[in-house]
Design a protein around this ligand. Structure first.
Ligand SMILES: [Zn+2]
Length: 327
């Protein structure tokens, strides 16, 4: 019996979606069915070792819910922000994580803490891979994943393969939608993210609010005990027909239409999958609006790509991370 359950545990893998606000951990079986999940807040102070500790705790909890020990997992994959090196397992310049400006051997440190092998990949790429293999992209050979959240991340799959370029392909958030346009968090001007990223929209909403424009956005934020404008708050403000929220989201949709259409003109992918916090929260009605906004910019507008909402929802990142641990 013991041998049998050990064999089953070996078939289980862990996946961690390491985000700036939360750590989402899952345990999956050989068919990628989710057997246990757990969500922990990302530490806001300290440094990489503190983040590793929180990740280990999250996996231990997901394992407990799946009825296995973390040492018995076949492996654990991590989808991480920043520059990831799959060969060495190091993560550098993950600026939305505390004290992580430099380079840190994440795979090595987490492997030591968990007692099982750890594989590291870029968060957006693994999420795109998950949609391609298990979600909305299953039927296609070429896919563009667009993750609409605090920033705008992208992933490209061509002929069934992730396209990495020289290591940093897919940065659709920093394609230029307006020359000399708004300041982006990357320091450049006119990027898609400067118009459609939740972070950039919040900065703009705050400035307009301080200049006397009425909005319920910040009232909603206080009522919910939040310090940021979450996707749920944006959705709520839109339902209440808040003028400022509507204006900013309209701008975001227009910018997404231009940015994604430009990428489609270049790559001619079969399908575009819209995910991320805002993408998943807003769902199909907004995917339809983005499709409409793309049309005037599409060269071959009689043959637009299929457009889908990410099918794996909030767990997509963690599922994609778990795919890294297949070997
Ligand atoms: Zn930028």
């Amino acid at each position: 019996m013991a041998e049998n359950s050990g064999g089953r545990a070996r078939a289980l893998r862990g996946g961690i979606d390491l985000g700036g606000t939360k750590i989402e951990a899952i345990v999956v079986d050989s068919r990628n069915n989710v057997r246990g999940t757990s969500r922990h807040p990302t530490p806001t102070s300290g440094g990489p070792p503190d983040v590793v500790q929180a990740m280990a705790a999250a996996i231990a909890e997901a394992c407990a819910r799946a009825g296995v020990e973390s040492e018995s997992l076949r492996g654990v994959g991590v989808g991480s922000p920043g520059l990831t090196d799959p060969e060495t397992g190091t993560v550098s310049a993950a600026r939305n994580l505390p004290g992580w400006e430099g380079s840190f051997p994440l795979a090595e440190a987490l492997s030591k803490a968990l007692g099982s092998p750890v594989h590291v990949g870029n968060d957006v790429r693994v999420a795109t891979d998950a949609e391609f293999r298990l979600g909305a992209g299953k039927e296609y050979r070429s896919v563009l994943g667009v993750f609409w959240g605090t920033g705008i991340g992208g992933g490209v799959i061509l002929r069934g393969q992730t396209w990495l370029g020289r290591g940093s392909a897919g940065e659709i958030g920093h394609t230029v939608v307006k020359l000399g346009g708004r300041q982006c968090t990357c320091g450049r001007r006119g990027c898609l993210e400067a118009y459609a990223g939740r972070g950039a929209m919040e900065i703009r909403a705050r400035a307009k609010h301080e200049n006397g424009q009425h909005t319920i956005l910040f009232k909603l934020m206080e009522e919910r005990g939040r310090t940021r404008l979450t996707s749920a708050i944006w959705a709520h403000a839109l339902e209440h027909k808040d003028k400022l929220a509507t204006e900013l989201i309209d701008d975001a949709v227009a910018a997404l239409g231009a940015g994604i259409a430009s990428a489609v003109n270049l790559l001619d992918v079969e399908a575009v999958i819209i995910g991320g916090g805002l993408g998943v929260r807003f769902g199909q009605p907004f995917v339809d609006r983005i499709s409409d906004a793309m049309l005037p910019h599409l060269l071959h507008d009689q043959n637009p790509p299929a457009m889908h909402v990410a099918a794996l929802g909030d767990l997509g990142g963690a599922l994609g991370a778990a795919l890294l641990a297949r070997q």
